[in-house]
Design a protein around this ligand. Structure first.
Ligand code: PLP
Length: 378
């Protein structure tokens, strides 16, 4: 099998899924509990050393969707509770449903949602930002790297501008496809909250983390014990947290090498396609993109049929995000880029991990060539 759907779930590092986890409850007052508590503390320290900010500002949850909900809903409920005038939320048009749908759902609590449009190659339109911010703005959510296109968003630059306009606006960054995949990470000088999921980093599923700066006040969505500062009560997912720590250790040891390797996979893919002279269109043309995600369309070739063919040949790619792949409606992200139905229906998302090889890229291109040339002859 050739697995090029790593943006949906990355191939895990063996070291991050095959290990004997601590098993004590970290809240217990004995050696086993203490060992688990130490492991959690060390993982927070690791996050802080890699992505900045203080260790005790990192919290664990089940993943990015839960983190987005805890933060966005939690802040909205708090603002309601204190009868704040801040009732506007600004988001980019290309946010993942974890953020987009959560923000839209806040309309029922009286929040007004304002949308930042994107340019044709999938980058947010920075010219409109200052027009969307006013004294009622509660928060702004912009993702670091888009999961369908790989387009890198100028988050630190935009959040800096927003904080200059009004430093009480809460800035939130979905960093799921950003952390460890591109050299930049959210800058805590301008970003109040960010979050990521373990299974996108080579750790196990069902675990994620989020960062909250000091100035964030939110209502917890769950009621329970004091774990995670009461923001996310319930016994911690020890296995998942340890898995994140182990995946990040791989990143510390090999991250630079992984980055260069994936860049080579990406360049090789385009080099071979160009040599084969098959027509293709890169949806993010001219935009800065992550090497890990490619959004490409092959004119007149139905991506639905191509994906089916590739799957039969043992190649896993997708049309867009895994969450929306069951949906029959066109991708919201590609629609926002105004690509037109012909491009949207012919778009593939190819997403690499450091486990992929050049041989796989070669084999994939050969399978593509056979299919595409067959289509051209029809
Ligand atoms: N944000 C982005 C950019 C994603 O790619 C994903 C998953 O595809 C999520 C959020 C949601 O992550 P999870 O399904 O792990 O909660």
């Amino acid at each position: 099998m050739i697995y090029f759907d790593n943006a949906a779930s990355a191939t895990p590092f063996l070291s991050a899924i095959n290990f004997v986890p601590s098993h004590g409850n970290p809240s217990s007052n004995h050696k086993a509990g203490y060992e688990s508590a130490c492991m959690i503390r060390d993982t927070r320290l690791l996050l802080s050393s890699l992505f900045g900010g203080e260790a005790n500002h990192y919290y664990f949850s089940s993943g990015a969707t839960e983190s987005a909900n805890l933060i966005i809903q939690g802040v909205c409920l708090f603002l309601k509770k204190i009868s704040s005038n801040r009732n506007e939320i600004v988001i980019s048009e290309i946010e993942h449903p974890a953020v987009y749908n959560t923000v839209i759902a806040m309309k029922k609590h009286g929040f007004i949602v304002k949308i930042i449009p994107v340019t044709q190659n999938g980058i947010i339109d920075t010219n409109v930002i200052d027009k969307l911010i006013n004294k009622n703005t509660a928060m702004v959510c912009i993702m670091g790297v888009n999961n369908e296109t790989g387009a890198i968003q100028p988050v630190n630059h935009v959040f800096k501008t927003i904080k200059k306009i009004d430093d009480e606006v809460i800035t939130i960054c979905d960093a799921v496809q950003m952390l460890t995949k591109i050299p930049a990470s959210p800058d805590q000088k301008y970003v109040d909250c960010f979050f990521a999921s373990g299974h996108k980093l080579g750790a196990s599923k069902g675990i994620g983390f989020f960062y909250l700066s000091d100035n964030i006040m939110l209502e917890p969505l769950f009621i329970g014990g004091e774990q995670e500062g009461g923001i996310r009560p319930g016994t911690e997912n020890i296995h998942g947290i340890q898995s994140i720590a182990l995946a990040l250790k791989e990143y510390i040891d090999m991250g630079h090498h992984h980055y260069q390797h994936v860049e080579k996979l990406n360049n090789t893919f385009f080099k071979i396609l160009t040599e084969l002279q098959v027509p293709f269109f890169v949806n993010t043309q001219g935009a800065p993109t992550s090497n890990y995600v490619i959004s490409i369309s092959f004119p007149d070739v139905s991506s639905k049929e191509l994906i089916h063919y590739l799957s039969q040949k043992g190649v896993c790619v997708s049309r867009g995000s895994a969450c929306s792949s069951v949906s029959v409606s066109p991708s919201r992200v590609l629609s926002a880029m105004q690509l037109g139905l012909d491009k949207m229906n012919t778009t593939l998302r190819i997403s690499f991990s450091c486990h992929n090889t050049l041989d796989e890229v070669n084999a994939f291109c050969e399978i593509l060539r056979v299919y595409l040339q067959g289509q051209m002859m029809q």
